[in-house]
Design a protein around this ligand. Structure first.
Ligand code: NAD
Length: 282
């Protein structure tokens, strides 16, 4: 079994650099998929209130027989709950859905700068409460741009432990990553293989052929060597295994930079833009 490195966060906690993402896994399939992931060796699960499968993630962790402390679980505050009292209630619901008395990491899912009068600062101050009462071991943000991070830095006391943003070879997102590196915020790369959209790129397939690995392994290894955290999603056990086998080979630095050069900047973005995204579930 390959050994997943741990990354130390700015609050001293350690997070496995490779995890398993459960976005778009139906609740009915989640217990099985997460159970298989834990069996393969994944010890880090990335869920969110928005994904509708927190309950099943908790069930799978309990059913695995692993100690709660051996699995790193992240969840996220949904967009409807940025007002402080709503955030407090939503966090309690997350814990009760998971059936846990703490989460390892809790994130503000989106900054929503066009909603809530542009106020994500008071939401972040409520996240600080969850950290100080121990129910969130670490707190962070997702989809925050540099100006959003700067605002938190100017108006609050806690630097987010992570920023979970879209990153893959077609959107390297290096400016936001660079701000994180300078300020002790680890980048978590979501949609690390662009939901499969980068796997047929000739630069990637040629490197895969050269090193004797699959295109998905090459792209995930590229993220690992750049120092980001990844949690690819799959419900296919053979792909889950494939995505876990990243630590028995290394890319040459010229291949890392060759993949980074595939960046298409904003044209490569597959998800919503954090500056304008304003979806609030009813
Ligand atoms: P991903 O890049 O992990 O791609 C997943 C898709 O790629 C799968 O549905 C499957 O079709 C395919 N795939 C997976 N492994 C493969 C392999 N080895 N070979 C070929 N195809 C393969 O995309 P994602 O699910 O969007 O992102 C991963 C995780 O990131 C999510 O599950 C979620 O936890 C997180 N995420 C967070 C946000 C956010 O706003 N914070 C947004 C999107 C995703």
């Amino acid at each position: 079994m390959s050994t997943v490195p741990g990354i130390t966060l700015n609050d001293g906690s350690t997070i496995p650099q490779l995890g398993f993402g459960v976005y778009q896994i139906k609740p009915g399939e989640t217990v099985q998929a997460v159970g298989e992931a834990l069996e393969i060796g994944y010890r880090h699960i990335d869920t969110a209130e928005m994904y509708g499968n927190e309950k099943e993630v908790g069930e799978a962790v309990r059913a695995s027989g692993l100690d709660r402390g051996d699995v790193f679980v992240t969840s996220k505050l949904n967009n409807s709950f940025h007002d402080p009292d709503d955030a407090r209630a939503a966090f309690e619901t997350t814990l009760s859905e998971l059936g846990f008395d703490y989460v390892d990491l809790f994130l503000i899912h989106w900054p929503l700068p066009t909603l809530y009068n542009g106020d994500y600062v008071s939401t972040w101050k409520v996240m600080e409460e969850f950290k100080s009462d121990g129910r969130a071991r670490s707190i962070g943000v997702s989809n925050f741009q540099i100006e959003h991070l700067e605002k938190l830095a100017a108006e609050t006391d806690t630097v987010p432990a992570v920023n979970q943003i879209e990153v893959h070879p077609y959107l390297t997102n290096d400016a936001v990553r660079g701000y994180g590196q300078e300020h002790g915020i680890v980048t978590e790369a979501w949609s690390p293989i662009a939901q499969g959209g980068v796997l047929e790129d000739p630069t990637i397939t040629q490197i895969a052929e050269k090193v004797g690995k699959t295109p998905a392994q090459v792209v995930l290894r590229w993220h690992i060597q750049r120092g980001d955290i990844v949690f690819p999603k799959s419900v296919t056990p053979s792909r889950m295994k494939e995505n876990f086998e990243l630590f028995d080979f290394e890319l040459e630095s010229s291949d890392v930079s060759g993949i980074s050069a595939l960046d298409r900047d904003e044209d490569g973005r597959t998800g919503p833009h954090p500056d304008t995204f304003a979806y609030v579930p009813s």
